[in-house]
Design a protein around this ligand. Structure first.
Ligand SMILES: Nc1ncnc2c1ncn2[C@@H]1O[C@H](COP(=O)(O)OP(=O)(O)OP(=O)(O)O)[C@@H](O)[C@H]1O
Ligand SMILES: [Mg+2]
Length: 310
């Protein structure tokens, strides 16, 4: 099985390495190669077969289905793992929208709520919510995009702190809510609940707000199975999900993922399970059978990118 760990295509432009994507900078466009890298604890913990292709193709699916809401960065998808995109100036905000109260990490809504927090600045949650319950209306919980760690702030805190102007924040919130609503509607048609998600925006060369990076992928979003949700929620069982939590737990139990310089290799069966989950979301959502792109992946990408050499 061929796995895409990293690329060295510097002849396409200066390379910037994200956690998951290798990004090549050209004067007016960027080449985003989505790799099979899997990040957790702010570091790469595994390489998951087909993950890069699936993320790129799920994003392509959603960019297409939302272009009437807001213009996005896609120019071309010359390869299963590659998007050629308009170069934008990224806005350093993660625009998070949540339709359900859930999560286990320090930034999750359920963690704050179960610690007693009700007033989130731009919305107040009622008493008596249960974990995984659907919210009356979706909520907007943006955070700053920081190299060290993201900080959740209400929109007015961001405006007062000078992170962003009120006008732009308002545009981002409106776009995010409309994108999430569309996401929920289409996911539902395919038997899925789009639980929560995170968007990134940038400004294009004309200063217009543009959706960038990725959209509604299993990395940026949480999906649950629709048909079993109600019954499981009533029985206080966790929803059927596609979470990566099991892999996080394995690392927590087998090493110190924040402290150790070198991490142990994750067991192959866990990595393959994760790969199957990505494939499952792709197939259920797009209602098409997943077909791996031809291998070797690196050679194939280079062949397909031939025309984009500077
Ligand atoms: N159209 C675009 N113009 C400019 N930069 C972009 C565009 N689309 C994506 N990017 C940037 O490219 C990088 C993609 O890398 P990757 O998705 O691996 O993200 P990351 O920022 O390292 O992690 P995360 O997405 O979890 O924050 C990000 O820094 C993103 O902001
Ligand atoms: Mg990203």
């Amino acid at each position: 099985m061929d796995i895409l760990q990293e690329t060295d295509f510097e002849f396409y432009g200066l390379k910037k390495t994200g956690k998951v994507r290798d990004v090549y900078q050209q004067p007016h466009q960027i080449i985003l190669v989505t790799t099979d890298r899997h990040s957790s604890f702010d570091r790469i913990v595994a390489h998951v077969p087909y993950k890069g292709q699936i993320l790129n193709q799920i994003s392509a699916f959603w960019f297409d289905k939302t272009q009437d809401i807001i213009s996005n960065h896609v120019l071309a998808i010359p390869d299963a793992n590659v998007t050629v995109a308009k170069k934008c100036t990224p806005i350093p905000i993660e625009a998070v929208v949540r339709g359900y109260i859930t999560g286990v990490t320090g930034t999750s809504l359920w963690t704050h709520y179960s610690d007693g927090k009700r007033d989130f600045g731009n919305f107040i949650l009622p008493e008596g919510l249960q974990k995984n319950q659907k919210l009356q209306t979706p909520v907007f919980t943006p955070s700053t995009k920081d190299d060290a760690h993201d900080v959740t702030m209400s929109p007015s805190e961001m405006i007062e702190g000078g992170v962003i102007t009120a006008g732009l924040m308002n545009q981002i919130e409106n776009a995010s809510m409309a994108l999430y609503e569309r996401g929920v509607e289409i996911a539902k048609q395919h038997g899925l609940i789009l639980v929560d998600t995170k968007y990134e925006f940038g400004l294009n060369e004309n200063g217009m707000l543009t959706l960038i990076d990725e959209i509604h992928t299993p990395d940026s979003s949480r999906y649950w199975q629709l048909d079993s949700y109600e019954q499981r929620f009533a029985a206080q069982q966790e929803p059927e999900n596609f979470d990566k939590e099991f892999l996080r737990l394995w690392f927590k139990e087998n090493c110190d993922p924040y402290g150790d310089t070198v991490l142990p290799e994750a067991p192959e069966d866990l990595v393959l399970e994760l790969s199957h989950r990505y494939i499952h979301v792709y197939e259920q959502l797009t209602e098409t059978k997943f077909t791996p792109g031809s291998a070797p992946i690196l050679e194939r990408i280079q062949r397909n990118l031939g025309d984009y050499i500077l």
